[in-house]
Design a protein around this ligand. Structure first.
Ligand code: 5GP
Ligand code: ZN
Length: 115
């Protein structure tokens, strides 16, 4: 827990959010500024700033996040139509919040290349 981190405060509930899933290691909640009809953020409870800060011991955690993303896609009804999972890392990657997160986007046709 980093006391200055927005997403750590969402994990603890100090900042409110629309949570759609949580377990011992992962929390998923709706993005405050959705870029698609469905826009969910999946985060580890533990404060890990970026993808580059992942340790080997966290490989299972990242795999778990992807399994949860697929479960949410099925549960929320957009699995068959399709979706996108995005991780922005550091400044040129477009990262704005320094707590590892994966965007789960769906509900419209995605473009390529991404912006
Ligand atoms: P990044 O650019 O770091 O990959 O994405 C950060 C995301 O966090 C953005 O999509 C932004 O809309 C979202 N976000 C920022 N502040 C809040 C907040 O207070 N609550 C929620 N639910 N999402 C937030
Ligand atoms: Zn944090």
């Amino acid at each position: 827990m980093d006391k200055n981190c927005l997403f750590c405060k969402i994990v603890t509930g100090d900042i409110p959010s629309q949570k759609v899933y949580e377990d011992e290691t992962v929390v998923a909640f709706r993005d405050i500024d959705p870029q698609a009809p469905e826009h969910i953020l999946l985060i580890p409870r533990r404060h890990i700033p970026t993808t580059l800060d992942l340790a080997a011991a966290e490989r299972e955690l990242v795999g778990h996040i992807f399994l949860v993303a697929g479960q949410l896609a099925r549960k929320l009804g957009f699995a068959e139509a399709g979706f996108r999972i995005v991780n922005n890392c550091n400044a040129a990657g477009g990262q704005l919040v320094w707590h590892l997160h994966f965007h789960l986007l769906a509900g419209r046709q995605m473009g390529w290349p991404p912006g």
